[in-house]
Design a protein around this ligand. Structure first.
Ligand SMILES: NC(=O)c1ccc[n+]([C@@H]2O[C@H](COP(=O)([O-])OP(=O)(O)OC[C@H]3O[C@@H](n4cnc5c(N)ncnc54)[C@H](OP(=O)(O)O)[C@@H]3O)[C@@H](O)[C@H]2O)c1
Length: 227
């Protein structure tokens, strides 16, 4: 696969470049705030940058006529609308978290969410100190899946790629659910896997999420949100 990376000098951009090398894929287009390097038109574009870059990434996907996989978090409604509009012309995949473990966590929570009516729920998320948005996009997506405005506590501590913990309590018992990403590789390889999946759909336009990607493989929990 010949890919293009938007935000290639960033932490995720560099991790994507490492994964691409390991997989015999090639990076043929790179863009960062001040640099743009084009060898040939990519098969797929991956955006892990900042919300303000989304408009330009959408334009690039239309110019290259290729799928766009977006991992940038902290997007506002206007950015999501841009992605939705772009998805009418090229396939667009958006997820706040490309880890399969987090996808499974959503599925799990969706399946118990109705039974938690009388329980208290809290989300704690920890990320490295350079993370720009808080709460994390993943914590906000988990809140959506839980279908309640539960409190989210954010910690910014050196070196943590991503940790999400959910505490579900009533007077008599507590459930702790925790997901830890040991490295950024889990997000980078997950996003590349989604790019490959989009390409296997032969350029079918539309807006895709982890939920649509794994729809056929999960149990009958249709109330899982798009994440
Ligand atoms: N969905 C997921 O699974 C997942 C996983 C991890 C991270 N993320 C998200 O991915 C994003 C990037 O994370 P990161 O840790 O890699 O951040 P980062 O290290 O700050 O990297 C962001 C990169 O984007 C570049 N950039 C800034 N403006 C740009 C523009 N207009 N066009 C193109 N590139 C531009 C930055 O360049 P400068 O340094 O020159 O400003 C920087 O190299 C964040 O939103 C983060 O939350 C998502």
């Amino acid at each position: 696969m010949q890919v293009g990376i938007i935000g290639y000098l960033g932490k995720m951009g560099q991790e994507l470049l490492r994964c691409i090398e390991e997989n015999d894929d090639t990076c043929v287009y790179k863009k960062d705030q001040d640099n743009e390097i084009l060898q040939v038109h990519p098969d797929c574009l991956l955006d892990f940058s900042i919300p303000e870059a989304i408009a330009s990434s959408c334009k690039k996907a239309l110019v290259f006529q290729c799928p766009l996989v977006v991992g940038t978090t902290g997007l506002g409604n206007q950015h999501v609308e841009m992605l939705e509009k772009t998805s009418k012309s090229v396939p667009v995949f958006y997820s706040t978290n490309y880890s399969l473990g987090i996808h499974c966590l959503h599925t799990m929570l969706a399946s118990i969410q109705k039974q938690l009516k009388d329980w208290d729920v809290g989300i704690m998320e920890t990320h490295h100190t350079e993370k720009k948005d808080a709460p994390s996009g993943t914590a906000l997506s988990l809140q959506k899946t839980l279908a309640r405005n539960c409190p989210i506590q954010s910690f910014r501590l050196k070196g943590v790629p991503g940790e999400h913990q959910i505490m579900i309590t009533n007077q008599n018992e507590t459930i702790h659910i925790k997901h830890t990403a040991y490295s950024r590789k889990v997000f980078a390889s997950g996003a590349l896997d989604c790019a490959r999946w989009l390409l296997s759909h032969k350029y079918e336009n539309g807006f895709f999420t982890m939920n649509s990607r794994f729809k056929g493989e999960q149990n009958e929990t249709n109330n899982t949100t798009n994440h």
